[in-house]
Design a binder for this molecule. Structure first.
Ligand code: ADP
Ligand code: ADP
Length: 225
């Protein structure tokens, strides 16, 4: 499903290249649940963003769903993203001017889902995440935990085949966090959704079927759970 071959990402400052990722290769099969761990600044988010086609590597080859992503133009990458990926962002990336309801609905509008169907799907998400009472509020009116739930609801609303999640439970209390991990486990086991998450939590990492450790921009180790 995903293949990264010799991916590097560097930033140029003066004459020096600073490597954030250095010659990373990674294959993920459909149906896997991969957890990426590692210290702050080791390159985890950059790796996830590249996998999700939100960031471009400086070097290397990237295949996703049999497409050579490194050869695709922006428009084709974006179409591929919309077709397959639900991305849970670390910083939520909610649209400030839209209500909770509208934020969750947005990906369905991009997919040209008709209005009555959108209503039913959003209502179902609001219910599942127990945020029905917040539907007409704007992101700034919510706590961090609530914004995170909205971000997760928005990522899942299209029933994506691939979920990419950057610290999905970082701002949730432990009960909410556990519920999200249980939901991910169920989506992975029952619906065969491929999941790749970045996490600092060993406990959350073990919901995955494989744990990858990133250190100084390289994959340091990998083990099956
Ligand atoms: P992690 O998710 O493991 O904390 P990141 O992928 O966010 O790590 O960042 C890895 C490194 O890349 C950090 O040291 C960060 O400072 C650096 N970095 C990220 N973006 C830029 C940028 N635009 N310019 C220079 N360095 C950057
Ligand atoms: P959570 O456990 O979901 O993070 P909190 O205990 O932080 O929730 O917040 C409790 C209530 O306070 C919530 O219903 C939320 O609407 C409100 N609230 C929290 N933070 C803010 C904020 N920054 N602005 C407005 N309302 C807030």
């Amino acid at each position: 499903m995903l293949s990264l071959k010799n991916i590097s990402k560097y930033y140029q400052a003066g004459g020096n290249k600073t490597y954030v990722l250095n010659n990373v290769s990674l294959d993920v099969d459909a149906g896997e649940f991969v957890s990426i761990m590692g210290p702050s600044g080791s390159g985890k988010s950059t790796l996830l963003n590249i996998i999700g086609m939100l960031d471009e590597p400086s070097e290397g080859y990237h295949y996703f769903m049999k497409e050579a992503v490194h050869q695709l133009k922006e428009k084709a990458r974006s179409a591929l993203y919309k077709e397959y990926i639900g991305f849970v962002f670390q910083a939520y990336h909610l649209i400030d001017e839209l209500t909770v309801y509208e934020n969750i609905e947005t990906p369905l509008i991009y997919q040209n889902i008709k209005s009555s169907e959108r209503k039913a799907l959003v209502a179902d998400m609001l219910d599942r995440f127990q945020i029905v009472g917040k539907k007409d509020l704007f992101p700034a009116q919510l706590s961090g935990g609530q914004q995170q739930l909205v971000g997760i609801a928005r990522a899942l609303i299209t029933k994506p085949r691939v979920i990419l999640a950057d610290e999905p439970t970082g701002n949730l209390n432990s009960k909410q966090g556990e519920e999200i991990m249980e939901l991910f486990r169920k989506l992975n086991k029952e619906d065969k959704v491929t999941i790749i998450q970045v996490t600092h939590s060993e406990k959350n990492a073990e919901y995955g079927t494989r744990i990858i450790n990133v250190l100084d921009g390289k994959i340091d180790s990998s083990r099956n759970v």
